[in-house]
Design a protein around this ligand. Structure first.
Ligand SMILES: [Fe+2]
Ligand SMILES: [Fe+2]
Length: 337
C-alpha cells in the first residue's frame, strides 16, 4: 500500500458495512494512513468476505472513496440499499446512517434537476427502502431521528419530513406498504417546487416582504407541475406536494382549502413539515427542542388536524425528542455519500 499523499478532504468517508460481499465496486477504496490516504483496493475487483474480515480484524470500520467517485458510490448504494436494510449482519444504527446519507445525496440531485425522470425513479426506489427500514420498528425510527440533521437545508428537511410522515402514517394505522410508499414519495418531494425559488429568498434572514412571500407561496403548485411533467408518480403523492401548506381552518395556501377538502396526506405532511422547520436551525432562528416546538404547534392547533397532531405528539414521545440527544458522530468524520 502506497500513500497517495492526498489530503483527506478530497475523500468521502464510507462505512465498511455499506459494502456488500461479492459485489464488484466501481470505485477505488482507500484507507487512512496518518494524514494521507492509501489505495486499499482497486475498482472492479470483487469485494470478498476475506477482504471484509481482514478489515474487521484490523478494526477498520470506515474506508474512503475519492470525492470524484461520489456518483459511482451513490449509484452502488442505491442499487444495494434494499439488501443493506434487510442484512442481519449490519448494525441497525449503521443502516440508519446509510439510508439517511444516501437519501440526502439523492434529494440534492433531485433539487438540482427535479424534472429529470431518472431522479424521480431513483426517489421511488429510495423511498421503498426508507419505508422498509422504518417498518422495522420504533427503534429504527429513533435511529433515524438521532442522526437527522440539526441544520436546515431543503434536502435534509425533505428526508426528515419523509421519515416523520411514514412513521406517523404507520402509527395512525396505515399498514399498507404501497400506501406508505406513495405518501413517503410525496413527502420526500414535497418541496421540489422550491428549486424554482432563488437562494436569496430561501435563505433570507430578515422577514420576507410581500412580493417575496407571494413567490414562496407558489412552490406547492410549482412542485406539482414539475412532477406531473415526469408522469412517474402516483396521483395520491401529489396531495403531499400540493397541500402541505393548507391548514384545516382554511388559512393555508395555495387554495385555502377547508379541512374536508384536504387529503390525509396533505394533513400528515403539514404537521411533519412544521415540526421539522421548528426543530432545525435556520438562518433566522435557532432550533427549538421538541417540547417548545409542540407548545408552539398546540398554540396554533386549530390549524392542524387534531387526531394527527395528537398522534404525532405520541410518536415523538419522551424518547423521540430529536434534540435531547447530541447528534452522534460515530467517527470524527460522519460517513457520507
Ligand atoms: Fe413547503
Ligand atoms: Fe417543507
Amino acid at each position: 500500500m502506497k500513500p497517495q499523499g492526498s489530503r483527506t478532504t478530497a475523500f468521502l468517508p464510507i462505512y465498511l458495512e455499506s459494502l456488500i460481499v461479492d459485489t464488484v465496486l466501481d470505485f477505488d477504496l482507500f484507507i487512512r494512513l496518518g494524514r494521507d490516504m492509501a489505495l486499499y483496493r482497486s475498482r472492479r475487483l470483487p469485494f470478498t468476505e476475506q477482504t471484509r474480515l481482514k478489515l474487521i480484524d484490523n478494526r477498520v470500520q470506515v474506508l474512503f472513496v475519492a470525492a470524484a467517485a461520489r456518483r459511482e458510490y451513490q449509484q452502488y448504494i442505491e442499487g444495494n440499499l434494499a439488501s443493506i436494510v434487510q442484512d442481519p449482519k449490519i448494525q441497525e444504527n449503521r443502516k440508519a446512517s446509510i439510508v439517511y446519507e444516501a437519501s440526502k445525496a439523492l434529494v440534492k440531485d433531485v433539487l438540482a434537476n427535479p424534472g429529470l425522470g431518472e431522479n424521480i425513479q431513483r426517489s421511488k426506489n429510495m423511498v421503498s427502502s426508507q419505508v422498509s427500514y422504518i417498518l422495522r420498528g420504533r427503534q429504527a425510527f429513533l435511529n433515524l431521528m438521532k442522526i437527522s440533521s440539526y441544520d436546515y437545508y431543503t434536502y435534509t428537511h425533505s428526508v426528515n419530513v419523509c421519515t416523520f410522515a411514514v412513521a406517523l402514517a404507520n402509527q395512525l394505522g396505515m399498514r399498507d406498504r404501497k400506501e406508505l410508499w406513495v405518501l413517503g414519495l410525496g413527502a420526500l418531494l414535497h418541496d421540489v417546487g422550491k428549486s424554482r425559488i432563488s437562494e436569496r429568498i430561501l435563505n433570507k434572514s430578515a422577514p420576507l416582504n410581500r412580493a417575496e412571500f407571494e413567490i414562496v407561496k407558489k412552490h406547492p403548485v410549482w412542485g406539482q407541475e414539475i412532477l406531473k411533467e415526469t408522469d412517474l408518480i402516483a396521483e395520491d403523492s401529489y396531495f403531499a406536494v400540493l397541500q402541505h401548506h393548507e391548514r384545516v381552518d382554511g388559512s393555508g395556501y395555495p387554495n385555502g382549502l377547508p379541512s374536508d377538502d384536504i387529503h390525509p396526506f396533505g394533513k400528515i405532511v403539514a404537521v411533519c413539515d412544521v415540526f421539522d422547520a421548528l426543530t432545525t436551525r435556520r438562518v433566522y432562528q435557532d432550533a427549538m427542542n421538541t417540547y417548545k416546538a409542540f407548545r408552539e404547534m398546540y398554540n396554533e392547533r386549530h390549524r392542524f388536524d387534531p387526531a394527527i397532531l395528537e398522534e404525532f405528539t405520541r410518536l415523538m414521545g419522551p424518547d423521540g425528542d430529536v434534540n435531547s440527544t447530541p447528534i452522534e458522530a460515530e467517527n470524527e468524520e460522519k460517513a457520507a455519500v
